[in-house]
Design a binder for this molecule. Structure first.
Ligand code: ITT
Length: 504
């Protein structure tokens, strides 16, 4: 593995790098606008488009209008989306306003340039519009790739996107079309008014194609399939760069011999390095490299598809299908409860605490840390009076220390209570709910007693032995609805649901 910087240092350098690249991007953007678009009265989309139209009519410099409109929308954005989302946008808006101002001053210092009039760099307006579009596209891509935005209609798009399920791209496109089309009315008395609008659309199209091209190129990933006798050395070498490798068993059909195949997904920019490594380890390795349209997961892009429903999504960190079913039934369809399987978590989450609380928190925190979802987990168990609260946190693995052999657990419990008059017991559940900035606990208990024999086929765990106080059926004899009406888990989940509904 490569030596890693501490997290805070990595974050600092990552942030600093973002700001440097965003600043470069803004210089490119300002160059495109002041040298190739404004002198030819070509209107692009966004707030710069609005600012350009005002400039064509009044000669009020673009950066002033751009800054004023952005300030209004940024105030709304900070209120709606919070500081965290807006900080880089605020930087970009202020910086772009400054660069636009500085660039015009530099241009004005050139001999023969009248103040307030930007000179034409090229004699051909169409060529200018193409170059202007390319500059804008490259600049926007650089901004987005470094987690920034140029403000403008991106802010409207982000606010609209919070409430309506319209994609950011669609919102920006609609705003841009309105801005460019409105330039027709500014130049309607001129012979080429329509041509100017068309040039505006061409600039917009070129900038979006360039934007997509640059973004996709940077994000492009490749898949290697490597066949080599030295596969373990190659896999180790690739791993050492921080990329993962999967080893698949195969059979070379001509020789009928077992072969190991390495599969590795990597960024295109890493491919040269991988090629070199393979060549130095096994110059005769047989391999293929192919483009892949998208790679999602750790080390690559995040899946950004929005859930189809407006329901809040929460993960229930359990491997117990019965618990999952019970909780889904109790919570009903007001929340989207995802299982560990749904989020692709197939790891064995450690449960090493000595209390229900500690274990529940450990499970929920694990998912929050490694998968990023708001998550809840419960730890529950049976506590018998006569056994000093045992099996308690060890309920699942009471018999053998490993877990989930319900029959063996019940047998051990019956043996432990054999001949004991005191059969009092309770089932207890503690739920821990972990979000970005808080942890909450919810508890439920149901008192009852342990029968001398199993009764009923339903439920799970110790249900056939547990007779809740005031009832003549064990949990295993009750229907799922009956158990969920009174159980420890139902009580804790009801409190949790009330909390979620209040928060929503
Ligand atoms: P997860 O940790 O993956 O959620 P688990 O089954 O290991 O699943 P716990 O650690 O909370 O869950 O262990 C609880 C054990 O207590 C469970 O396996 C049962 O044996 C018992 N138990 C809990 N709730 C129960 C219930 O409603 N009915 C019967 N037995 C229950």
């Amino acid at each position: 593995m490569q030596p890693q910087l501490p997290t805070f240092a990595r974050n600092f350098w990552q942030e600093a790098r973002d700001y440097v690249f965003i600043t470069f991007a803004l210089i490119i953007y300002a160059t495109g606008l002041t040298c190739f678009l404004l002198p030819y009265e070509i209107t692009t989309g966004g707030f710069t488009g609005v600012a350009s139209i005002i400039y064509y009519i009044t000669h009020f410099e673009v950066q002033n209008t751009y800054l004023l409109i952005n300030i209004i929308f940024l105030v709304a954005a900070v209120i709606e989306l919070g500081w965290k989302f807006c900080i880089k946008t605020i930087y970009a808006v202020l910086m772009l306003s400054f660069i636009l101002w500085a660039m015009q001053r530099i241009i004005e210092m050139q001999p023969g340039v009248e103040p307030g009039h930007l000179p034409k760099v090229l004699s051909d307006r169409t060529l200018s519009c193409i170059i202007g579009g390319i500059f804008e596209g490259v600049a926007l891509a650089m901004c987005f790739l470094n987690n920034g935005s140029t403000g403008g209609t991106d802010i409207i798009a982000a606010i609209v996107n919070k409430y309506k399920n319209l994609s950011l791209g669609n919102v920006i496109l609609i705003c841009d079309i309105i801005v460019i089309s409105s330039s027709y009315f500014v130049f309607r008395d001129e012979a080429d008014s329509l041509q100017r609008v068309i040039l505006g659309y061409i600039t917009l199209s070129i900038s979006s194609v360039t934007l997509d091209y640059v973004m996709n190129r940077r994000r492009q990933s490749v898949q290697f399939m490597i066949f080599s006798r030295n596969y373990s050395k190659i896999a180790d070498a690739i791993n050492a760069t921080g990329r993962g490798v999967t080893v698949i068993d195969g059979t070379g059909w001509y020789t009928k011999t077992e072969r190991k195949v390495l599969v590795c997904l990597a960024k295109r920019s890493e491919s040269i390095n991988i090629f070199r490594m393979i060549k130095s380890i096994d110059p005769y390795a047989f391999m293929s490299m192919g483009n892949v349209l998208g790679v999602y997961g750790e080390g690559f892009d995040k899946i950004k598809a929005k859930s189809n429903s407006d329901k809040r999504t929460i993960v229930f960190a359990t491997n117990n299908a019965h618990k999952l079913e019970e909780v889904r039934q109790i919570l009903g369809d007001q929340f989207e409860v995802r299982s560990l399987d749904d989020i692709g978590c197939h790891r064995d989450i450690p449960e090493t605490g000595s209390t229900f609380r500690e274990n529940a928190l450990q499970k929920a925190q694990f998912v929050k840390t490694y998968y990023g979802f708001d998550c809840f987990a419960d730890d529950s168990g049976l506590e018998c009076d006569a056994l000093g609260g045992a099996p308690g946190v060890l309920s699942a693995r009471y018999a053998d220390g490993k877990g989930h052999d319900n029959e063996a657990n019940m047998r051990k419990l019956l043996d432990a209570l054999n001949g004991n008059e005191n059969r009092k017991a309770d089932f207890r559940t503690v739920i821990a709910f972990v979000t970005d900035d808080s942890v909450h606990y919810f508890e439920g208990t149901v008192d009852g007693k342990i029968l001398a024999e199993r009764r009923g086929e339903g439920g799970f765990g110790y249900d056939p032995l547990f007779l809740p106080d005031g009832y003549d059926q064990t949990f295993a004899e009750m229907s799922a609805e009956q158990k969920n009406g009174i159980s420890h888990r139902a009580q804790a989940v009801a409190k949790f649901a009330a909390f979620l509904t209040k928060k929503n």
